[in-house]
Design a protein around this ligand. Structure first.
Ligand SMILES: CSC[C@H]1O[C@H](OP(=O)(O)O)[C@H](O)[C@@H]1O
Ligand SMILES: Nc1ncnc2[nH]cnc12
Length: 292
C-alpha cells in the first residue's frame, strides 16, 4: 500500500496554501526542465501534501510558457498520487456565476503552442483521455467545496484556449452556443493530458471570475474585475483544499477508474526499438511500465 500525496496546482491568485505541517519549499529537477517554481511540501491532517503555483510565485509564467511537463514530472517524482488543479476561469452559463466553482469533467483543447506529451520518437504511447478527470477525486473536491460552503457545480466542459488575450466576442459565442462549453481558461490543457500519461489522478476545480465576453449585461472581460473576484475565490479555494485530506485519507488504494494504470497497454514502441535516452527521461512518468 502506498501513501496518498495530494498535489495542488494553484492557478492565478493561488500562489501558496497555509496550514501545512513541516512546510518546506523544495527545488525539484526534471528531465523536462525546471518546474514553474519550487514545490511546497508538508502534511495536513496526517496526509502528505504538495503545492505548486502554476505561474510561479509573483506570476512569472504565461499560460503558453508554463512548463507543464516539468510540473507533472516533478509532482510524480515527489510521490504525488492525486493532482488537483485549482484555476480561474470565465463562465459561459448564466447560472454559473462569478464566485461559484465548477468541478470540470470534460475539456475542449484549443491550445496549439505547447508540448502536449511526454512521449514521441523512440517511445510512442497513446493513452485514453475520453474521461480526462478522475471521478473519485472530483467527487472528493465536490464534497470538500460543499463542506466549505462554496456554490459548487458538478461537472462542466472547460474550453482551454491558447491566450494570453481573452476571446473575441465571436469565439465566446461559438464556444458557448455551438460547442457547448461551460467555462473557459488557458491552462488545464495539456496539464490534464500529461497527468493521465503520468498515471496520476487529476481533478479540476474551476473558480469562476467572470462571464467572458458573451454576456449582454457584463461586457468584455476586464482583468481588474477578475483580480477582485480572484481574491475571494482564492480564500475559498484554500478552504476546499484544507478539507481534502480527511476525504481522501492517508492510505492510497488503487484508483477504481484506472488512472494509476493508464499506461498499462499504451506503449506501442517495441522494447528493442525504444530509444534509451527517451526511456531514461521517462523514469518518473513511466518507470512503472518501462522498467517494472
Ligand atoms: C487571471 S486571468 C487569465 C489567467 O487566469 C487563468 O489562470 P489559471 O488557469 O492558472 O488559474 C487563465 O487560465 C489565464 O491563465
Ligand atoms: N474569460 C476568461 N477567459 C480565459 N481565461 C480566463 N481566466 C479567467 N477568466 C477567463
Amino acid at each position: 500500500m502506498t501513501d496518498t500525496m495530494i498535489a495542488v496546482i494553484g492557478g492565478s491568485g493561488l500562489y501558496e496554501i497555509d496550514g501545512l505541517e513541516g512546510a518546506t519549499w523544495q527545488s525539484v529537477e526534471t528531465p523536462w526542465g525546471a518546474p514553474s517554481d519550487q514545490i511546497l511540501t508538508g502534511t495536513l491532517g496526517g496526509v502528505k501534501m504538495a503545492f505548486l503555483p502554476r505561474h510561479g510565485r509573483g506570476h512569472v509564467h504565461s499560460p503558453s510558457t508554463v512548463p507543464y511537463r516539468a510540473n507533472i514530472d516533478a509532482l510524480k517524482r515527489l510521490g504525488a498520487t492525486d493532482v488537483i488543479s485549482v484555476s480561474a476561469c470565465g463562465s459561459f452559463r448564466e447560472e454559473m456565476k462569478p464566485g461559484d466553482f465548477v468541478v470540470v469533467d470534460q475539456f475542449i483543447d484549443r491550445t496549439f503552442a505547447r508540448e502536449k506529451s511526454f512521449f514521441g520518437t523512440g517511445c510512442v504511447a497513446h493513452v485514453s483521455v475520453a474521461h480526462p478527470t478522475c471521478a473519485r477525486l472530483s467527487e472528493a473536491c465536490l464534497k470538500a467545496g460543499w463542506d466549505a460552503g462554496i456554490t459548487m457545480h458538478d461537472g462542466g466542459t472547460y474550453l482551454a484556449m491558447e491566450g494570453p488575450q481573452f476571446s473575441t466576442l465571436a469565439e465566446s459565442k461559438m464556444y458557448r452556443e455551438s460547442w457547448g462549453a461551460d467555462v473557459i481558461g488557458m491552462t488545464n490543457m495539456p496539464e490534464a493530458k500529461l497527468a493521465r500519461e503520468a498515471e496520476l489522478c487529476y481533478a479540476s476545480v474551476a473558480m469562476i471570475t467572470d462571464y467572458d465576453s458573451w454576456h449582454p449585461d457584463h461586457g468584455e472581460v476586464d482583468v481588474t474585475e477578475i483580480i477582485a473576484t480572484l481574491m475571494g475565490n482564492a480564500d475559498k479555494g484554500r478552504a476546499l483544499v484544507a478539507r481534502l485530506p480527511r476525504l481522501l485519507g492517508a492510505e492510497r488504494h488503487p484508483c477504481p477508474h484506472g488512472c494509476d494504470r493508464a499506461l498499462e497497454y499504451a506503449i506501442l514502441t517495441a522494447p528493442d526499438a525504444r530509444d534509451a535516452a527517451m526511456v531514461a527521461k521517462l523514469d518518473a512518468v513511466a518507470g512503472r511500465v518501462l522498467n517494472g
